[in-house]
Design a protein around this ligand. Sequence first.
Ligand code: C2E
Ligand code: CA
Ligand code: CA
Length: 493
Amino acid sequence: MIKSGIKGTIAFGVIVILFITILPCFEPSFFSKLIKDNAWMMLGILTIFFAIALIVIVASNRRLKAVLYIDSSTGKASLAKFKIDARALLDTAKPEEYMLVSIDVNNFKYINDIYGYDAGNEVLKVLAGHIELILPDEVMLTARRSADNFVFISKTSNKEKIFESLSDDRPLKKDVQDILGPDYNLTLSTGVYVIQQPLKGISVMLDYANIAKKTIKGRVGNPIAEYTTEMDKHMELKKKITVGMEAGLQHGEFITCMQPKFSLQDEVLIGAEVLVRWKHPDMGMLSPLLFISLFEENGFIEKLDMYIFEATCKMMQKWEKSRVVRIPRISVNISRVTLGKDNLVKELKEITEKYQVETNCLEIEITEGTLERGTERIIHIINELKSVGFYVSIDDFGSGYSSLSILKDMPADIIKIDKEFLSETFDSQKGKKIINSIIRMSKELNLETVAEGIETKEQAETLKNMGCDVAQGFYFARPMKPEDFEDILIKGI
Ligand code: C2E
Ligand code: CA
Ligand code: CA
């Protein structure tokens, strides 16, 4: 509509310009006569022209605002509008008068993948409606920040009631079940920043609420976390990690360590997993748990995974030339992000050729979470990896939502059972049952089973009796320096 309006105005303008251009071709008396005779009409035409131009400008402005200020999926305010309104509200606010709340739908990806985008959008609309119903007098501003992330600002005076309302998920669950079916239990994660400094940037406040939200990942129910200055340290760490990663890679600060794996039936060393560590110049030795997910977010993991893979091949080439008699199978972790890299398999193969390492001495560990995204594509990559000779294992199996039935479609060779099933916090009977069924199913499908995180003799015995093939855990060996692992390869354990 706006486009055609603009076109019409331009056409009219062109006609007026043409008119003015051809006027001098006529006699001056003709010109003055024409003006004299048609003065009112010409004034009218000019007025109409300016009126149309004004309408077009106002309409485009409105349309632009609608695009910028309204979220198309939910029909509610956009983040841009939220930021403007929040600034105006907080400019005159007292410390701790308001709080900023950030809400995520847990496993939203799953809804999109399994039920489709339309169903996903319906769920978002329902959630947006519910947020507005939480104490309507208290919730001042709401907006959708990104895919499944909603934010709102409310007064703190009724904080407890708002929290109660957020935790009571029954009405929301019911509405979502009307869309996704009775088996779907929607849960939310909520982070809250009580606004101590109302003049701080809105983006910083959003970061605080999100930092709080991230601390509750994995907790059951509808957990809510409030931002504390302690969490600031986490943000500081995140910054330091991001700033130092490129230089760290160039300066060789990322180093590898190896955790041996043993055959459970006869406790013979059968291989090892390569695990990365960051020898940070200021912060000392950092665990991958501190930086892997961040690198997955910012994409740096691609470089790191390729670097660790190359370092592994280099190390294996060295063994080939030293006194190591038999090179065992070495596994390397490849993140779900790296798995999406173009020509990944070709590049991995080229690296093995560069260091003359046999691909069948290497195992690629991909986490179960990877399977959530486009099963067909993952099956294709696994097949590609296998076609050039790599072994492929599904790491942390059981930690995500993929069911046992997914195993039969996965062309992987090995299943690594998630160590959570062995942890003390996990109900031991339930854990055992799950491990048992994973092992049974894997056997039927000719998959090798590896149990990770074995810390006690009792756990080792139980797993052995269940028929698990391989063990990895502190009870057998902790992650160690590559030189120490090489020593074991030469002298035995
Ligand atoms: P993961 O692949 O599940 O690796 C096993 C983790 O379990 C290692 O932690 C290991 O030290 C720990 N572990 C082994 N045995 C035991 C045990 O008996 N008890 C307990 N409590 N833990 C045990 P780490 O080295 O901190 O690695 C954490 C995660 O970081 C890894 O989990 C893996 O997902 C990721 N990671 C490590 N290196 C790389 C890498 O080069 N690339 C990628 N993409 N991810 C990596
Ligand atoms: Ca692993
Ligand atoms: Ca694992």
